[in-house]
Design a protein around this ligand. Structure first.
Ligand code: MV4
Length: 453
């Protein structure tokens, strides 16, 4: 087992990883930017090293500084958390070549899944269902129109280097396809330094459902069911739950087995998430694989009674999984609300600043993962999420009621938050019935607002 882990991240996830290490008897080294001196993760770790000024490019994304901190502190492993360097293949490779275990998959696996066209090909070859689409990237207008003829409209043009919704264009006919192709290419070139794009048939009103997997270094792979992640705004998830209200035990088994098959095809190791689109007829298609721990991992933890961070660390150190799929059974229902420093009244603009007073929610089945406290200042440089509220119940209704109660207990004075927006979402009858798709927040909730105003 590792003796000392450097956590290459900040905020709630850094604290989450420190807590897991503490339970495992592993020492922790926090890194922090000059804007994060007062963050709880700095105080909670056994050692803390300043790695640079506030901007991420000079701190949490600065590989030489983080590597120096890991080596000078005598760490034997690096946990990247989510975001930042967690899916940078070069970072994983540099860690390993300096004798530091990277708590995640191999750099080759990160690279394959980071190239979305290559990931799609890999999954298709493994027998995982993919959306009908182009056979690899499309190079020019001829290839575009040729592929579009067999795919049909509407179609979606996606950047190979993209993911998370950047560099995408939907086209309903030939002229839109030609225009979208040019736009997607130039957007991708500017954003990712690669203008490679590929095509898929556009699935209307899909649900975003992702499967959690865990793999050891010896080829054993299990899944921990799905998370329903359809409730997003501009590709930022707002509320996630496990299980999905529309996934039956039979579909869970099918999606879980598909996810394991895809992971096995690249001899995957560590924690991973296979994202699927689920259409209105119950068909599912591979979309992307995330090769990191995800923000919403706690809903899976609460339903399956597992500590995914501890499992990640255990398998990274070379331990065997040690349990079989048939022992992994979901119990009850969990919901996560992301709590952001933002102003829903003004187009969700960020609202950083001093939290003058703060009160955390609590109670039976309530979990609050956050690094903030009364007197903490949310810095303007990073993601506005400052906490995650996770509620478990024996069924979905109990989880919803607990979440409503817990949300109304939160007190945050000094900054604007999305707490009231989350309360409204939980009271919506369509949400209560589990009837929503990825378009719900923008098309339904936001439109209601315009109508009301
Ligand atoms: C799609 C799609 C419909 N059809 N692909 C958005 C993020 C990126 N990971 C892929 N995305 C989508 N891909 C096909 N073939 C619709 C989306 C999409 C979406 C997916 C999940 C959650 C929210 C979304 C919002 C808009 C579009």
């Amino acid at each position: 087992m590792f003796q000392r882990i450097l956590i290459a991240n900040r905020g709630e996830i850094a604290l989450r990883i420190i807590r897991a290490c503490r339970e495992m008897g592993i020492e922790t080294v926090a890194v922090y930017s000059q804007a994060d001196e007062e963050s709880l993760h700095v105080h909670a770790a056994d050692e803390a090293i300043c790695i640079g000024p506030a901007p991420s490019s000079q701190s949490y994304l600065h590989v030489p500084n983080i590597l120096s901190a890991a080596i000078l502190s005598g760490s034997d492993a690096v946990h990247p958390g989510y975001g930042y360097l967690s899916e940078r293949a070069e970072f994983a490779e540099i860690c390993e070549s300096h004798g530091l275990a990277f708590i995640g998959p191999t750099h080759q696996q990160i690279a394959v899944m980071g190239d979305k066209a290559q990931a799609r090909k890999t999954m298709q070859a493994a027998g995982v269902p993919v959306v009908p689409g182009s056979d690899g990237p499309v190079k020019d207008e001829n290839e575009l129109l040729e592929a579009a003829k067999s795919i049909g409209y509407p179609l979606i043009i996606k950047a190979s280097a993209g993911g998370g919704g950047k560099g995408m264009r939907v086209a309903s006919n030939q002229s839109q396809a030609v225009k979208g192709f040019q736009m997607a290419r130039s957007e991708a070139a500017a954003a990712f330094g690669s203008d490679e794009v590929y095509l898929e048939r556009f699935i209307e009103n899909p649900r975003h459902i992702e499967v959690q997997i865990m793999a050891d270094h010896y080829g054993h792979i299990v899944h921990f069911g799905e998370r329903e992640c359809s409730l997003q705004r501009r590709h930022q998830k707002l509320l996630e739950e496990a299980p999905s209200p529309v996934v039956s035990p039979a579909l869970r088994t099918k999606m879980g087995e598909a996810a394991i098959k895809g992971a096995a095809a690249v001899k995957y190791r560590g924690a991973g998430t296979i994202e699927f689109l689920l259409d209105s007829q119950g068909r599912f298609y591979f979309m992307e694989m995330n090769t990191r721990i995800q923000v919403e991992h706690p809903v899976t933890e609460m339903v399956y009674g597992v500590d995914l961070i501890k499992e990640q660390i255990r398998v990274a150190s070379g331990a065997e999984l040690g349990y079989e799929q048939d022992t992994i059974v979901p119990v009850g229902h969990a919901i996560e609300c992301r709590i952001n420093a933002e102003d829903p009244e003004h187009n969700f603009r960020p609202s950083p600043g001093l939290i003058e007073s703060f009160h955390a929610p609590g109670g039976n089945g309530v979990r609050w993962d956050s690094h903030v406290y009364s007197g903490y200042t949310v810095p303007p440089y990073y993601d506005p999420m400052f906490g995650k509220l996770i509620c478990w119940g024996r069924d979905r209704d109990e989880a919803v009621v607990r979440m409503q109660g817990a949300l109304s207990e939160i007190i945050v004075d000094g900054i604007k938050t999305n707490v009231d927006f989350q309360i409204r979402l939980l009271h919506d009858e369509r949400f209560r019935r589990g009837e929503f798709s990825t378009k719900f927040i923008e098309d339904v909730l936001m439109k209601d607002e315009i109508v009301k105003a």
